[in-house]
Design a protein around this ligand. Structure first.
Ligand code: FAD
Length: 332
């Protein structure tokens, strides 16, 4: 949607159309529902113990072993450590010596509201993106359609730097006036919003040290303009599960090196494509007119085919590809 005129620019087939093309549908899911599914599945696996409130302070390797120290002083050890402590990873700096983050000047404000409270002209089923100069808004159904998730992103340094902080509705209300109906009515509806200022690593991140590896946002935090950060963390886990399954302790450093060879090119591409979307979504003037003309004129099937590399990924193809290149990947 054009976030200035309210005109539809294009309509891309997702859902079952992606299932026909790539073997699984395009899903949108509430973060809490995804967490619950992962937690239940993990808890039911033999050999998995889940511990809550266990903050890891430090990790060291010695003699084929990794030892972590928790904030209460307890120590635990094993043959490998996968660090998944997110964008703000402290272990990334402590263990890998990687650099910090810089503020991109873009801020995301998010909320969720009941589908029963939506303006009539807002779709309850489509994933919708509204594009206007220096801002865009995305909304999509969650909780089996009972709720709508809304994300509004602004190039706006006045919003300041903060992470997962509540912001007054007035912050959005004053900016909503620039958007066309019915989006304006949607944006002024929720009473509560939270803000995530968006950050990027200031230099390449080191992923592996001996038998310790970073995964997910700790390793490769994308900007959220392709909606794939959580997906990349899941893909990392699937690749690692395939590589570490039945691995002897002495083989773990090599398997982790393979994990990086398989995953780094893809996550780097996703990060670059996300950043490009962030620029294209916020264009102004002639560039904005050119973008809108392309979106309106291009056949939707052609636009979607540009994302075959993203949605067509499978763990088997990724491992086969890496095996062909390196000849060192164990068979699954
Ligand atoms: C505005 C916004 C919109 C997004 N939209 C999407 C989207 O639509 N689709 C998508 O796929 N992704 C999206 N993402 C990205 C997604 O949120 C992340 O990529 C994903 O959460 C990364 O998962 P993770 O497990 O690596 O890290 P996190 O989800 O950040 O989890 C890290 C965990 O580690 C814990 N932790 C931190 N330090 C320690 C420690 N020392 N010891 C123990 N535990 C620790 C934290 O408490 C946290 O639970 C979005 C991100 C933002 C900011």
């Amino acid at each position: 949607m054009d976030g200035v005129s309210g005109r539809e620019l294009t309509r891309l087939a997702l859902g079952q159309d992606i299932a026909r093309r790539h073997g699984a549908p395009y899903w949108v899911v509430h973060r809490a529902d995804l967490h619950a599914a992962l937690r239940q599945t993990a808890a039911a696996l033999p050999g998995v113990t889940l511990r809550h409130g266990a903050e890891v302070k430090a990790a060291t390797t010695a003699a084929g072993n990794v030892t972590v120290r928790l904030s209460d002083g307890e120590e635990a050890s094993g043959s490998a450590l996968l660090i998944a402590d997110g964008l703000w990873s402290k272990l990334r700096a402590n263990v890998m010596g990687s650099p910090g983050l810089f503020f991109t000047g873009k801020c995301a404000l998010r909320t969720v509201l009941p589908a029963s409270e939506l303006p009539n002209a807002i779709s309850r089923t489509d994933t919708t993106i509204w594009l206007r100069p220096a801002a865009h808004v995305v909304h999509y159904p969650v909780r089996a359609g009972r709720e709508l998730a809304v994300v509004a992103i602004f190039d706006d340094r006045e919003l300041g730097e903060t992470w997962a902080a509540d912001v007054p509705a007035q912050t959005i209300v004053s900016r909503a006036a620039a958007f066309p109906q019915p989006l304006r009515d949607l944006l002024v509806q929720p009473a509560t919003w939270r803000q995530w200022s968006l950050y990027q690593p200031s230099a390449p991140v080191r992923w592996i040290r001996d038998r310790i590896a970073l995964i997910g946002d700790a390793a490769h935090p994308p900007l959220p303009f392709l909606a794939q950060g959580g997906v990349m963390a899941l893909e990392d886990a699937v690749v690692l599960a395939a590589l570490l399954d039945a691995a002897a302790a002495r083989d773990i450093p090599e398997r982790l090196a393979t994990y990086e060879r398989v995953r780094r090119p893809r996550t780097t591409r996703v990060m670059a494509a996300s950043a490009r979307n962030g620029q294209a979504y916020h264009l102004d003037g002639l560039m904005r007119s050119a973008r809108n003309a392309v979106l309106s004129a291009a056949p939707p099937g052609l636009l979607m085919r540009q994302y075959d590399w993203l949605y067509g990924w499978t763990v088997d193809a990724a491992l086969t590809n890496a095996r062909t290149q390196a000849g060192t990947i164990p068979a699954r």
